[in-house]
Design a protein around this ligand. Structure first.
Ligand code: 3HC
Length: 721
């Protein structure tokens, strides 16, 4: 980490920020910037200043580790005073102009630093944005004030509220960037701009003083009002959106400086909010998944995977193939007959057309991408593939025979992966001698959209194979999480009690639609019953049987889905589930389901004293999620994941657990293991073994140890991996 200042014969001081990999603005960098500026302003041989980032990136923003430290210690005084002391009083108030020379990216505090300069020169395609809201904080280095003044209020609000970066080319059109130049011209042109401003050949603009793009006060108020309504709709549980608008409004009503002061105050408060704690935890958790002891730290290098065979062109296989070809990997799609093969190719084509319709890819890219997939009815080309991903139905003997064939037809280096969501890897590979290269590649449906990839390893899977799959997973834009081998792996196993506890509550007399409402307002994308409508009832029945046999004594089997099917309801598939589905309108709760629920309640007959239980919304939430936490504890204690934060990120990306709550284990620790344990114990006594807390949870609750602290575990944890 360093900050160098080099003063040229032309009188331009070039200050280079160097803090790999993204030149984040660590506190020492910020202190160094202040020192270098003071020196540059003092020195007679300096006429102007150019700021640049080392290694092709301007800056990825304020060092997020500092915010994490504040959250841990509660000590806000370690947050440096950047917006007033550095940017306002030093950079912008200097007698010598500054130019930001931007390459690669200028995000968050990085862009804010650039906006305090008097001009910004950029290379093409640099990413510019203020993504602070995704971390639960607001821009805190003047971004809420300078961005609206440079690009206009509406665009600035859009960039901040959606945390959506723009390219420098778009920035040039908007007025954020003054000139686009090739990388090898960046420094020369930036120096010239700096001297031109110093010598008044170009205007000396101070972003905070600009007002021409703000519009009238009444227009601004209307824009802010609409933005507030949108924010309330898209981010109901996230306060940072509204307070960001408060800071913007202050600057418009009372002037830029007042806005900067208010923004700094709100920023500091937002750093310690629960939302920021959850989102910053998730930021690091997601990046930590790429570090696996014994795999990524032993000097192995990923082997190139150029060609992949996908077996089965059904929903999963075609989704996986789509994800691969979208990232330029050649795919051979193997099917059992030409009819199925055509259907598989059509599904891939439909997936891509969906992306064209959304504007995600162009028609040209569609053609190029489709040309990367080739259909096959035999194994003649398998001798050239680097990886096979089997995505056929969950039938053990079919899979065994396929893997036996792969072993014969594929080259010895080829990775043999299965997309099974349930079957033991050792069983899948039982008819091979290739256990070291057999691995689970568990995608989530739709596979070309869902970001999570569970990489399932058996005790025999080689580190090289795991590393290769992690690498291709990242290349196809998935977040790979390495997990151990067990029924349901990490995500499905962890979340089976979610649906079951929802069903149990309904059979204890709680209104089904109320359960869904409580869970959606907690932040899940939809309630468990609406999810069941969407996923399909056949799947619900099959999965429920699977878990009932794997986890004897801690499952709840509900007849409700079967009765729904008997009554001609199949969920969203036939438009009639717990909800009614009509094209163009939102799902409507169907009151005709109530007699079906009554019938199911009669069959199960567990209403205490024949009467429905009385529970608050908070209790509903806890009765659904505490059993999930309980299973998470078992997953942790069995070492199915290497650290608790992997389960957090899996729950967020695989199940839609609200990211701003940090993931399932992080949330559980914020609620407190003691409360979770005692609640489960109480419900186990009243309603049965489904709620019985596991030993891991009991131990942590009694000793006051956080669930995420695996080191403190008394054995068991990580034993498998
Ligand atoms: C007051 C201010 O307004 C507040 C702020 O500025 S808050 C910060 C705002 N900036 C951001 O939100 C950007 C966050 N970073 C990113 O989105 C992405 O890292 C990126 C687009 C910059 C680069 O992405 P990519 O190349 O895929 O690399 P990625 O793996 O994400 O990051 C590389 C490393 O840099 C770290 N990093 C990235 N941005 C960082 C930051 N702002 N602070 C600290 N570390 C950061 C990551 O944790 C990761 O560390 P690791 O190698 O130890 O796991």
């Amino acid at each position: 980490m360093s900050l160098l200042m080099d003063v040229g014969a032309d009188g331009v001081a070039v200050i280079t920020i160097s803090n790999p990999p993204v030149n984040s603005l660590a506190t020492t960098i910020i202190a160094g910037l202040k020192e270098k500026y003071d020196e540059a302003i003092r020195r007679d041989d300096v006429k102007a200043i150019v700021l640049v980032g080392e290694g092709g990136k301007f800056s990825g923003g304020f060092d997020i580790n500092v915010m994490k430290r504040v959250q841990k210690t509660g000590d806000k005084s370690i947050l440096p005073d950047v917006s007033v002391a550095l940017l306002n009083d030093t950079v912008e108030a200097a007698r010598k102009p500054s130019v930001a020379a931007i390459q690669g990216l200028a995000l968050g505090g990085g862009l804010e630093l650039a906006m305090a300069c008097n001009a910004r020169i950029s290379t093409p395609k640099a990413q510019l944005g203020l993504p602070e809201l995704t971390l639960g904080v607001i821009p805190g280095f003047g971004g809420t004030q300078r961005l609206p003044r440079l690009v206009g209020l509406s665009k600035a609000i859009e960039m901040m509220l959606l945390s959506k970066p723009i390219t420098s080319d778009e920035g040039r059109k908007l007025g954020l960037i003054d000139e686009i130049v090739p990388a090898d011209e960046l420094l020369r042109v930036s120096r010239k701009w700096a001297l031109d401003i110093a010598e008044r050949r170009k205007p000396w603009l101070i972003s905070l003083h600009l007002t021409d793009k703000l519009g009238s006060l009444s227009e601004a108020r209307d824009t802010l009002k609409i933005a507030r309504q949108q924010a309330a709709r898209i981010a109901p549980n996230m306060p940072q959106h509204q307070v960001c608008l408060d800071a913007i409004e202050e600057g418009i009503v009372s002037g830029g400086y007042a806005g900067v002061v208010k923004e700094a105050k709100i920023f500091k408060e937002s750093v310690v909010s629960d939302t920021a704690k959850g989102l910053i935890h998730a930021f690091f958790a997601q990046r930590t998944t790429s570090k696996i002891t014994g795999v990524t730290d032993i000097g192995l290098r990923p082997r190139p995977i150029k060609k992949v065979a996908v077996i089965g062109g059904g929903l999963m296989g075609s989704g996986i193939a789509t994800a691969l070809i979208l990232s330029n990997t050649c795919v051979i799609l193997k099917e059992a007959n030409s009819n199925y093969l055509q259907q598989g190719i059509d599904r891939i084509s439909a997936n891509l057309k969906g992306l064209v319709a959304k504007g995600t890819i162009s028609n040209d890219k569609f053609d190029k991408t489709m040309s990367l997939v080739k259909g096959a009815l035999d194994y003649s080309e398998f001798s050239t593939v680097d990886m096979v991903i089997e995505a056929v139905i969950e039938n053990v003997s079919l899979k065994q025979s396929l893997f036996n064939t792969f072993e014969k037809e594929c080259p010895p280096h080829c990775i043999l992966a299965t997309n099974t969501s349930t079957i033991d890897l050792n069983l899948v590979g039982a008819r091979t001698n290739s256990h070291d290269r057999i691995v689970g590649a568990h995608f989530f449906s739709p596979a070309h959209v869902m970001p999570l990839l569970e990489i399932v390893r058996s005790e025999k899977t080689s580190p090289q194979v795991i590393l290769d799959l992690m690498t291709i997973g990242t290349a196809i834009k998935k977040v790979p999480v390495v997990v151990g081998n067990c029924t349901g792996f990490a995500v499905n196993r962890n979340f089976f009690p979610y649906t079951q506890s929802a069903h149990l509550l309904v059979h204890l007399g709680v209104d089904l639609f109320r359960v869904d409402r409580v869970i959606s307002s907690f932040g899940m994308p939809m309630g468990p019953f609406q999810l069941q409508d969407l996923a399909g009832y056949d799947l619900a029945v099959a999965v429920s049987k699977e878990f009932a046999s794997a986890f004897v004594g801690r499952t709840f089997t509900s007849p409700l889905v079967s009765i729904m099917m008997e009554k001609g309801r199949s969920g969203k598939k036939n438009g009639k589930g717990y909800y009614l589905y009509e094209k163009g309108s939102k799902p409507k709760a169907d009151p005709n389901v109530l007699p079906i629920i009554e019938e199911s309640r009669r069959q199960v007959n567990i209403l205490p004293g024949g009467k429905p239980i009385m529970v608050s919304d908070r209790e509903i939430l806890e009765m659904i999620f505490f059993p999930v936490v309980n299973e998470a504890c078992r997953v942790l204690s069995e070492g199915i994941v290497v650290r608790a934060s992997d389960l957090d990120i899996s729950s967020v990306l695989g199940m839609g657990f609200p990211k701003y709550r940090g993931g399932i284990v992080f949330w559980a620790d914020s609620v407190g293991p003691t409360h979770i344990y005692s609640s489960l114990k109480k419900w186990a006594k009243a309603y049965g073994a489904f709620y019985e807390p596991c030993l891991f949870l009991e131990e942590r609750a009694k000793k006051g140890i956080p669930l995420s602290d695996l080191v403190a575990s008394s054995g068991g944890a990580m034993a498998r991996l």
